[in-house]
Design a protein around this ligand. Structure first.
Ligand SMILES: Cc1cc2nc3c(=O)[nH]c(=O)nc-3n(C[C@H](O)[C@H](O)[C@H](O)COP(=O)(O)OP(=O)(O)OC[C@H]3O[C@@H](n4cnc5c(N)ncnc54)[C@H](O)[C@@H]3O)c2cc1C
Length: 500
């Protein structure tokens, strides 16, 4: 086809805005079709209920966003987001022990999800080539199996239908996307789908932290011991405006608290009192929000022998992950970057090539999440992925070994953090370089409690804990880039991921 001129993006969420930006770099005009009215500021809205829960943006995704929209990271930080170096700047009790606070080149951006969305959206919509059609619902694509030519839309206010012509349609309508049905409607065979569901659920509350504490106290991740099923997790993450978001999460059967009075006792029952101790020092600002969207689900549109020109799907519409790994935003950013790369040379069949590139970008987060989750008791899996055959396989055992090592080895931790941050491919863990490193890395003593510094304890008004406190001037104070981790272990600790 000739170079596309007008693009339509279905959904104005995170993936939709990044896709609109990718398109705006190459097309003359872009229309974003969005069911909601997009707020003029960092506010929650109906179409993204998950925004009530803690969201982190890993450095792998943050760098892509900053490349697509230069200066975004700086704006987020100026608006109150924190750049948290893993594991230097946080406290993690993984399922198998406390994590040493090693420095690293990798980080996560922590703030509210509405702020993340707003900073990106404001910048994308500042481009006059991009316009939004609010309160407009995508109903179905126009065209046929060879080529999509636009989309039929419904006006949410009056129910009327109309057609939008386009050279390119990008489905970014999130986890509720009807892309499978749409492709069938175009006459294409069924798209293969995998699902690995450990029954993960989240409940979250936002708190006002004591003055000055949210901006300086390390974020906290706690996980229950692996022999305790179901898995249970707790985290306290900073947001802008001196707030904390506290998330309690668990796999199937964890009986999460849904009422306010149940929240603190559940946190108190985690294997360490740190989350509960912080909670009692803060003022709750919201009720308890519950999310049961915790399954991993992946479509494989790239496996279809034929793909219509003029159509690409990305973000949650093609793959969702257990949120505990914090990979959805970064995976969507990878998708937008893949789309942008294909748009530089839109030769024949480029939309199919773009869809394959989107699928490639999903594979790392997919295998990291599913190879861990499939090991949970009561996990329900329907998957054709041969790497997951036999459940918790050799891959899982190797991952457990790396996790344990990364807790105490700065060098192993650095590589593992890069993998979890989606900055380094998981294949690096099987490289000769990494295997050589395992034979000569430095291993620090096991920690018996949270490595909090005296000044951090004092800041939060927490009592000292005998034998646990990291002395000032310890490795935790080394500068970034010297080698750190996110032992995948920290994933098991709430957010932090687990290389597989
Ligand atoms: C509890 C929870 C916690 C999470 N935590 C993290 C985290 O820490 N880090 C991370 O990276 N990821 C996290 N995720 C995943 C992350 O939320 C998603 O990956 C991300 O929102 C995907 O963006 P998206 O644009 O594809 O979908 P969404 O952000 O859901 O946006 C979809 C948009 O499409 C619109 N829409 C839907 N249907 C239509 C239609 N027919 N027509 C028009 N518009 C439509 C919606 O209104 C919405 O605006 C979490 C998810 C959950 C559930």
């Amino acid at each position: 086809m000739t170079r596309p001129e007008h693009g339509v993006v279905l959904g104005g969420g995170w993936a939709g805005m990044l896709a609109a930006r990718a398109l705006a770099r190459h097309l003359e005009s872009v229309t974003v079709v969005e069911r909601d009215v997009l707020p003029d500021g960092p506010r929650n809205r109906r179409g993204t209920p998950q925004a009530r829960h803690s969201h982190i943006l890993w450095s792998g995704g943050a760098r892509i966003v900053d490349e697509l929209l230069p200066g975004t990271l700086g704006r987020l930080l100026a608006a109150g987001a924190r750049r948290v170096v893993f594991q230097r700047d946080l406290i993690t009790l993984s399922a198998i022990g406390w994590q040493h606070r090693f420095p690293s080149g990798e980080f996560a951006v922590m703030c509210s999800r509405p702020l993340l969305d707003w900073v990106v959206r404001e910048r994308v919509l500042a481009d006059p080539r991009v316009t939004v059609r609010p309160r407009t619902e995508a109903v179905e694509p126009l065209g046929g199996r060879d080529r999509v030519t636009g989309v039929r839309v419904r006006d949410v206010a009056d129910g009327s239908w109309s057609s939008l012509e386009a050279d390119l349609v990008v489905d970014a309508s999130g986890r509720g996307s009807r892309i499978r049905a749409w492709l069938s409607g175009l006459g294409l065979p069924p798209v293969e789908e995998d699902a690995v569901d450990a029954g993960m659920a989240y409940c979250s509350r936002v708190y006002q932290a004591p003055p000055g504490v949210a901006a300086a106290f390390p974020p906290v991740n706690l996980a229950d011991h692996p022999e305790h099923e179901p898995g249970r997790f707790g985290s306290v993450y900073p947001q802008e405006n001196g707030r904390w978001i506290v998330t309690l999460a668990g796999t199937r059967g964890a009986r999460l608290p849904t009422r306010e009075e149940e929240f603190l006792p559940w946190a108190r029952a985690l294997p360490d009192p740190l989350v509960a101790d912080l909670l009692v020092r803060a003022e709750p600002l919201t009720p308890v929000f519950v999310s049961r969207f915790g399954a991993n689900r992946r479509l494989y549109p790239e496996r279809l022998e034929q793909w219509p020109d003029g159509l690409v799907a990305l973000g949650d519409s093609v793959a969702v992950f257990n949120p505990i790994y914090g990979h959805g935003l970064s995976a969507a950013a990878r998708g937008a970057a893949a789309l942008e790369a294909q748009l530089r040379e839109p030769g024949p069949g480029w939309a199919g090539a773009a869809q394959r590139a989107v699928g490639e970008g999903l594979d790392d987060p997919w295998i990291m999440a599913t190879s861990k989750d499939i090991g949970y008791v009561d996990c329900r899996a329907r998957t054709s992925d041969p790497r997951l055959a036999g459940g918790a396989s050799d891959r899982h055992r190797f991952s457990a070994f790396i996790n344990a090592r990364a807790l105490r080895s700065p060098a192993v931790s650095e590589v593992a953090t890069g993998v979890v941050a989606l900055a380094v491919p998981p294949s690096e863990l099987g490289s000769n370089r990494f295997l050589a490193l395992l034979s000569k890395d430095e291993i620090l003593p096991e920690l018996s409690g949270p490595p909090l510094r005296p000044e951090e304890l004092a800041l939060a008004g927490l009592p000292a804990r005998n034998g646990h406190t990291a002395p000032a001037g310890s490795r935790a104070d080394a500068g970034p880039g010297e080698g750190d981790s996110t032992s995948a272990a920290s994933r098991t600790a709430g957010r932090g991921g687990q290389p597989s």
